[in-house]
Design a binder for this molecule. Structure first.
Ligand code: CP
Length: 315
């Protein structure tokens, strides 16, 4: 596919299953330019002047919502935030009517987080603004998957051929699903480990994914280790004995990190349960890129807005 034929203009960003490797490449290259803007004294360009964006969050968020908001503002768009708990949703307004209401105000893009899997896709069918999925249940978190790829490539200079270990609560993790799709498309080797009760069945049929019983085997010689948050809020019953037991068997600590390559990069989507899935020493070590993931999240979301709302420079 020629460079100039790729355009994401008007594309709904629902999950990385909908992305070709060339499209992921376009987002990563655009994010590099966007990161330069973030580092300027005056972080403001007129690329999206006259465009309006609404963030619509039915679930809590610190990183994703703030970074989408800043991304839009740095590009000159008008950004309005709707939090479900402070909107007419508490009066019983349906998702469909909420989307119609936002659409009627002439909005160009809606960034949406919802507890239901498929909610973003549903929104893309009923509303005309471009939909950017900021997380739908355990299904997908595409911008997080892209920012992880971006962070890895910034450190390693490449993606293809790298070994990544994804550890922990895959069952409830939309981040893990987007990571697996994005990483496989970019030629990375994906290894997974965690309690059996937290590994979803689909993994067994996922091509190119290696599942390990012991996390030490997944970590061995890894270039990248991504630790997932234990999502207690999504667990109905006890899926592991205690958090202390979890930390002992599955937590990433300094001894386990030493099994990976010396320059292995540590990622975590946040927020972290420090002392459970990751030790504070590892979370704040020189190998941790967890804070950098947050900064890169702004660059990736700037890239997505630019590409879906204007087509970027490729047109
Ligand atoms: N990584 C992530 O989605 O974090 P938030 O829930 O704070 O947005």
């Amino acid at each position: 596919m020629g460079k100039n034929t790729i355009s994401l203009r008007g594309k709904n960003i629902l999950g990385l299953e909908d992305f070709a490797p060339e499209e992921i490449r376009l987002v990563l290259e655009t994010a590099k330019e966007m990161k330069n803007i973030i580092h300027r004294d005056i972080k403001k360009v007129p690329a999206l002047r006259g465009k309006s964006i609404v963030t619509l969050f039915y679930e809590p968020s610190t990183r994703t919502r703030t970074s989408f908001e800043l991304a839009g503002k740095y590009l000159g768009a008008d950004v309005v935030n709707i939090t479900a708990s402070a909107s007419s949703i508490v009066k019983g307004e349906s998702l469909r009517d909420t989307l119609y209401t936002i659409e009627a105000m002439g909005v160009d893009a809606i960034v949406m987080r919802h507890k239901a899997e498929g909610a973003a896709e549903y929104a893309s069918h009923v509303a005309s603004p471009v939909i950017l999925n900021a997380g739908d249940g355990a299904h997908a978190h595409p911008s997080q998957g892209l920012l992880n790829l971006f962070t890895i490539e910034q450190h390693k200079g490449r993606l293809a051929g790298l070994k990544v270990a994804i550890l922990g609560d895959v069952l409830h993790s939309r981040v893990a699903r987007s990571d697996i799709q994005g990483m496989r498309k970019m030629g990375m080797e994906v290894h997974i480990a965690g309690p059996k009760t937290l590994l979803p069945r689909f993994l067994a049929d996922e091509p190119g994914v290696v599942i390990h019983e012991r996390i030490e085997d997944a970590i061995k010689d890894a270039d990248v280790i991504e630790v997932l948050r234990i999502q207690l809020e999504r667990m109905k019953g006890g899926l592991f004995p205690t958090t202390r037991e979890y930390a002992r068997i599955y937590g990433l600590n300094e001894a386990r990190l030493a099994l990976a390559k010396d320059d292995a990069l540590v990622l975590h989507p946040g927020p972290m349960n420090k002392g459970w899935e990751i030790s504070p020493a590892v979370a704040y070590s020189t190998q941790s890129a967890i804070q950098e993931e947050v900064e890169n999240g702004v660059a990736i979301r700037m890239a997505l807005f630019t590409l879906v709302l204007t087509g970027g420079k490729q047109e």
